[in-house]
Write a protein that binds this ligand. Structure first.
Ligand code: G1P
Length: 294
């Protein structure tokens, strides 16, 4: 069963987005635009490029913007066609044809583990990917999810993405205790969600990309409320590791941006604008002109 390819991906998008208020008061943080695409489109494209064809988005209160974004926009398409804007029409149409996307609602914001638990019927006994859209990973050679899938295909066991984080900032993440087995690949020995800096077992912080096997659901069922009073996915993974289940971690190649945070979002915006085909030159000129003011 576990030899099968990863075909399904789950996108938790039911968080309250409190770090980005008031922008996220009536629309999910996953819809914040990074230059010209909402955050969630980047990670949906990342999944599709890895061969995933079936996607479940776990939504919260304000799901309409996400659903509308990935749906056909009949009126808009008609207007673009009437005005002869074929390229824009295709750009818009392509978004609705990206993948087969379904939605389910997390009725209460009880944490990431609880959000992922809502995917149990969709997953139906297959290994699957989880992507947190506000973790934007700029990895030009191999996308973050591809790096995880490569490890999964080799070791046939769940995999979590990580990056190195120095100092106090480590306590904003799930942190893993590891044994290195290859360049950038580790066997997970233990993990802890949002530890105090002095209690972090290493400097390897979890980034929002995971490959799970379906036994994660029974682990979530056995997970008590943890950090922040929430049902944490890190705690569910820890149950599996402590029960002797093999778990792997990959130290991502590439740059991770925390786009759910105002400063992280600004940095990601500048980085992506500097790479954008139509904007890079003018934007660079503008940034240079700022030097006198800084
Ligand atoms: C979540 C996970 C945490 C992980 C982080 C990555 O935390 O619980 O383990 O390190 O995403 O972004 P959150 O940022 O939702 O508090």
């Amino acid at each position: 069963m576990m030899d099968k390819k990863i075909r399904k991906a789950v996108f938790p998008a039911a968080g309250l987005g409190t770090r980005f208020l008031p922008a996220t008061k009536a629309s999910p943080k996953e819809m914040l635009p990074l230059v010209d695409k909402p955050l969630i489109q980047y990670s949906v494209e990342e999944a599709v490029e890895c061969g995933i064809d079936s996607i479940l988005i776990i939504t919260g209160r304000d799901k309409t913007a996400i659903e509308d974004h990935f749906d056909i926009s009949f009126e808009l398409e008609q207007v673009l066609l009437e005005r002869g804007k074929k390229e824009m029409f295709e750009l818009v149409r392509r978004v609705s044809e990206l993948a087969k996307i379904s939605y389910t609602r997390q009725k209460q914001a009880l944490g990431l583990g609880h959000a992922i638990y809502q995917a149990r019927d969709f997953v139906n006994n297959e290994a699957f990917a989880v992507l947190l859209a506000d973790d934007v990973v700029d990895a030009p050679k191999r996308s973050a999810l591809r790096q995880l899938i490569d490890v999964y295909e080799k070791y046939k066991a769940p995999v979590v993405a990580t990056m190195r984080v120095q100092g106090e900032a480590i306590s904003r993440f799930g942190v893993i205790d590891v044994e290195q087995i290859e360049d950038r690949i580790f066997r997970v020995k233990d993990m802890v969600e949002k530890p105090k800096p002095e209690e972090a077992p290493s400097d390897l912080a979890i980034v929002g990309r995971y490959i799970f096997t379906p036994d994660i659901f029974s682990a979530i069922e056995r997970t008590d409320r943890g950090a922040g009073g929430e049902i944490q996915i890190t705690d569910a993974m820890r149950i599996m590791v402590r029960e002797g289940k093999e778990f792997y971690a990959v130290e991502l190649e590439g740059k991770r941006h925390d786009a759910g945070d105002k400063l992280g979002f600004l940095i990601a915006t500048v980085e992506y604008a500097l790479k954008h085909e139509d904007l890079a030159d003018d934007f660079k000129k503008y940034l240079k002109s700022l030097q006198e003011r800084l």
